[in-house]
Design a protein around this ligand. Sequence first.
Ligand SMILES: Cc1cc2nc3c(=O)[nH]c(=O)nc-3n(C[C@H](O)[C@H](O)[C@H](O)COP(=O)(O)OP(=O)(O)OC[C@H]3O[C@@H](n4cnc5c(N)ncnc54)[C@H](O)[C@@H]3O)c2cc1C
Length: 241
Amino acid sequence: MSNPRSIYQFKINKIIDHTKEIRELILELTNFPEFKFKAGQFVMLHVPVEGAPKPALRAYSIASTDEQKNGFKLIFKFVENGVASKFVWGLKGDEILNMTGPFGKVFFQEPPTEQIVFLNTGSGISQHFCFLESKMKQFPDLKYKLFFGVRREEDIYYESELKRLQAQLPNFEYHYVLSRASDSWAGKRGYIQHFLKETQYKEIPTTFYLCGNGAMIKDVKQQLLEVDGFDKTRVWAEAFD
Ligand SMILES: Cc1cc2nc3c(=O)[nH]c(=O)nc-3n(C[C@H](O)[C@H](O)[C@H](O)COP(=O)(O)OP(=O)(O)OC[C@H]3O[C@@H](n4cnc5c(N)ncnc54)[C@H](O)[C@@H]3O)c2cc1C
């Protein structure tokens, strides 16, 4: 693992705007030979603040495989009046970004259960995509189910990346769940927490990974842990707010 006290510098290889509110940065390490992390971890981005002696620090989950040692991808969701959001959406591509890390203790549990369920909202796909990309070679035959909560059709992103994983994983399903879909949306509607039953988690040994919105995480935990008495060592969560 890399040293969380060092400042790692990254150049921006690519900026991808998936939607109006979702920006991905593909980053390459420049000042150390490597940056090692474990799937599930996050970095702290040092955001320069005009007139302030110190940068503002914000956490971002690494979105790419932990096999890569010379950089990674980060996915950002725009927050109105947010310090980091303003900085990230103002980037031109020639900046050097300072980061510390890796941090975090939400890891993929091994040996894994027969089924893995990922529930994410907003930019929470970052941690789950990292788990999938990092673990799929080692555990190709597990049942993976991913529920991706967004508001409207225009907020859908990362579908080509999920399709790419699906082509390599025979038992990987993903579903976008839209809370404010138009009338023509033929897919799932509502909130991802309403689709727990579809995973048959009471019959199939399952581990849950939840990432993103704190209210979603609270609801899912309440159902699983308080209502169903589900084993708490099989529910892992990272709240982004
Ligand atoms: C472990 C961890 C990992 C994270 N990983 C990611 C990631 O991969 N991608 C990502 O986009 N974010 C991630 N976050 C959230 C991120 O750290 C910032 O909080 C977020 O980007 C907002 O920062 P900001 O400086 O733009 O807004 P701020 O200046 O901190 O906040 C501005 C205003 O928005 C409100 N606010 C702050 N955060 C949110 C939010 N998430 N949703 C709604 N309102 C909010 C605040 O209450 C405040 O009023 C993660 C957070 C944690 C704790």
